[in-house]
Design a protein around this ligand. Structure first.
Ligand SMILES: Cc1cc2nc3c(=O)[nH]c(=O)nc-3n(C[C@H](O)[C@H](O)[C@H](O)COP(=O)(O)OP(=O)(O)OC[C@H]3O[C@@H](n4cnc5c(N)ncnc54)[C@H](O)[C@@H]3O)c2cc1C
Length: 607
């Protein structure tokens, strides 16, 4: 939680503070035990843990320090976050390199995407985390990752009023003493609408059941959402505040470290190596361009710039596909073609219905509060495809080879063997473990009920690479959302069902018109075209520095070390090789804490 000025001054007088500055002289030509590229969710978590162990740490963050920016700190003001405050807003590109017309949100300030994200908090499942180990990553499974998800969490249990409006927590699953606050808002959002969604969803997704808690699931689930927020009643105004990685691990009074230096508004351009390809430090410069400086790492350089920026740093450093590097005059120190491939996110869109006049001002049903996704359903293939489920599952399993070949042909996976391994593991989760394959969010905005949805375990893959020899230039991000047939069939089914939900009996008393962008009896081709036209990324980017054996398309090994190099690791969400069925924060916090333990030699499970 934030310090008051007085408290900060008192603390400063008795303990050393973390240095947070945009003055490059703290880093230029200086030496640290560890240098971390990126002050986002994972970077700040690892920095906190290493500096607590007495190591000197430099974090270099490209964006500003938005500690005092209201839209970043007040959870319900989130809609107003500007690019300058904290958002890269990259252009999404098509295969031909042209802009697709939508932008990719990604946090660009201290706290990274945890400073702008939707704050939804629930855990992934055991089979998904165990799949990491089965893919050849010793020491990475549910039993090793789940304790970190609990450790980071400070769950505030709901009160009676919140419970009456749908909040619930399976208490044994959560943590209560971590630095990241997790709670329901006080008061709950749109409780009447939540009841309608909970009643209607099982009618269109047969078999779906109401759960205690989104984290309490073997596979599918439906429940009210808790967020990484806390209800700040200190000013008497009941402000709902964001609990970002910056608040949890950097600004908090009890997390101050004299061993930690955080330089913001500066971009890491590349990693420097000695002749044995051992990382020795970084090159960096002011984010808007200017003179290039260096800093040295006595122990290691750690890349935490996220799924969309860690691969470009590797490529600029000479680690990547030699053919791509050559185009930009970069010598390949390590020819590692997997860098920047296997990029993945979930393609989201929505369906709406107009609320009737009698309910136009009913704030229990529709409101204008920006806390996204008050009720969430995670739907598995039986619930989505009904009696076609078995046939769809069999066809999916049979199609893995063809999918793998298509991904190699599109340049999104490094080899057929790699794609088969990853896609095969994903198909197992879908068919055998009945993991959810679609997320359906129950929302409202002024005058409309809106359901937002996306396929959860997509097979579509894209890529991110450098696109210029200018070290300050943005990367080229080619998402290729919905380039896979199975993803398209999931998307069409979930869209049709979500649309039909507004014509079910529970919604009848409150809806005047269900909006349909398509004519009655529209074909699947029409639905596909509509979905592709309206889709955007759900912002759960993963995969572009995958943790896999090198021969299976890995960029890093199970100790997160970049293949072919020494003293260089990737510690961010880009190491996850497959999509997951929760939102990504709990897994990202787990990766970061485990990374710190591996670096400090405390985690023996990976040896
Ligand atoms: C709009 C949005 C909504 C989301 N909603 C949710 C949600 O509701 N729930 C959930 O669980 N997850 C959500 N996520 C995802 C979650 O926030 C991310 O998965 C997580 O933050 C990833 O952590 P990271 O450390 O890998 O990357 P980030 O947190 O993005 O951190 C990367 C940091 O590196 C910095 N950086 C990049 N390039 C450089 C460079 N060259 N030099 C220096 N610094 C650099 C960036 O500015 C950024 O601060 C959302 C994400 C977004 C963008």
């Amino acid at each position: 939680m934030r310090r008051s000025a007085v408290a900060a001054a008192l603390v400063a007088s008795v303990v050393a503070q973390t240095t947070i500055t945009d003055d490059a002289s703290v880093a230029s030509s200086k030496s640290f035990d560890y240098i971390i590229a990126g002050g986002g969710l994972t970077g700040l978590t690892v920095a906190n843990k290493l500096s607590a162990a007495g190591k000197t740490v430099l974090v270099v963050e490209a964006g500003p320090n938005s500690e005092d920016v209201t839209s970043v700190n007040v959870a319900t003001a989130r809609g107003g976050i500007t690019a300058a405050e904290c958002n890269w807003k990259y252009d999404a590109l098509g295969d031909d390199g042209s802009a697709l017309g939508w932008q990719i949100d990604s946090g660009r300030c201290l706290g990274g995407s945890s400073s702008i994200n939707g704050m939804v908090w629930f855990h992934p499942t055991k089979p998904e985390m165990d799949a990491l180990k089965n893919l050849g990553n010793k020491g990475w499974d549910w039993n090793s990752l789940y304790p970190y998800m609990k450790a980071v969490e400070h769950n505030h249990l709901p009160n009676d009023a919140q419970r009456a409006d749908g909040a619930n927590v399976d208490q044994g699953l959560h943590g209560y003493s971590g630095p990241v606050n997790v709670s329901f808002p006080d008061a709950m959002r749109i409780p009447d609408a939540q009841r309608l969604y909970k009643a209607a969803m099982p009618l269109v997704f047969e078999g779906l059941k109401l759960s205690d808690d989104l984290s309490d699931r073997d596979n599918s689930a439906m429940a009210s959402t808790s967020w990484t927020i806390w209800n700040d009643e200190s000013s008497g105004t009941d402000v709902v505040r964001r609990s970002s990685a910056a608040h949890a691990f950097l600004y908090a009074e009890d997390q101050q470290r004299s061993t930690l230096t955080v330089l913001y508004n500066h971009k890491v351009l590349s990693v420097t190596f000695d002749s044995k390809i051992k990382a020795t430090g970084i090159q960096f410069g002011p984010s808007d361009g200017g003179s290039i400086m260096t800093a040295s790492a006595k122990k290691e350089v750690l890349l935490a710039s996220g799924s969309l920026q860690t691969p470009p740093i590797l490529e600029r450093s000479g680690v990547g596909d030699a053919d791509i590097l050559e185009q930009f005059g970069i010598d390949a120190l390590v020819d590692l073609p997997a860098v920047g491939r296997n990029l993945q996110d979930q393609p989201g869109t929505g369906a709406s219905a107009l609320v009737n006049d009698a309910n136009a001002t009913n704030t229990e049903l529709i409101d204008n509060i920006n806390l996204f996704a008050p009720v969430i359903s995670l739907v598995n293939m039986d619930e989505l495809f009904g009696s076609n489920s078995s046939a769809k599952g069999a066809a999916l399993t049979k199609s893995i080879n063809a999918k793998a070949q298509a991904a190699v042909d599109a340049g999104t996976m490094v080899s057929k063997k790699s794609a088969q391994a990853v896609f095969g593991a994903q198909a197992n989760l879908i068919v055998r473990n009945k993991m959810p394959i679609a997320e359906v969010v129950g929302e409202s905005y002024p005058s409309v009920m809106t359901s937002v949805f996306w396929p959860l375990l997509p097979f579509s893959r894209g890529h991110v690479h450098i696109a210029s020899s200018d070290p300050f230039a943005s990367p080229a991000i080619t998402p290729r959302l919905l380039s896979d047939d199975f993803d398209v069939s999931v998307a069409i089914s979930v869209a049709k069902k979500a649309q039909s939900m507004f014509t079910t009996e529970p919604f009848a008393p409150v809806i005047s018109t269900a909006y349909v962008d398509l004519p009655e009896g529209a074909s699947d081709d029409d639905w596909e075209a509509w979905y592709k036209k309206t889709a955007y990324a759900a912002s759960h980017w993963l995969g572009s520095s995958s943790m896999l054996p090198r021969e299976y398309g890995g960029v890093v090994n199970n100790k997160l070390q970049v293949y072919g190099t020494k003293n260089l690791r990737v510690i961010d969400a880009s190491i996850l090789p497959m999509p997951i069925t929760s939102h990504t924060m709990p897994a990202a916090y787990a990766i970061a804490q485990k990374a710190a333990d591996i670096i400090l030699g405390k985690d023996k499970s990976v040896n």
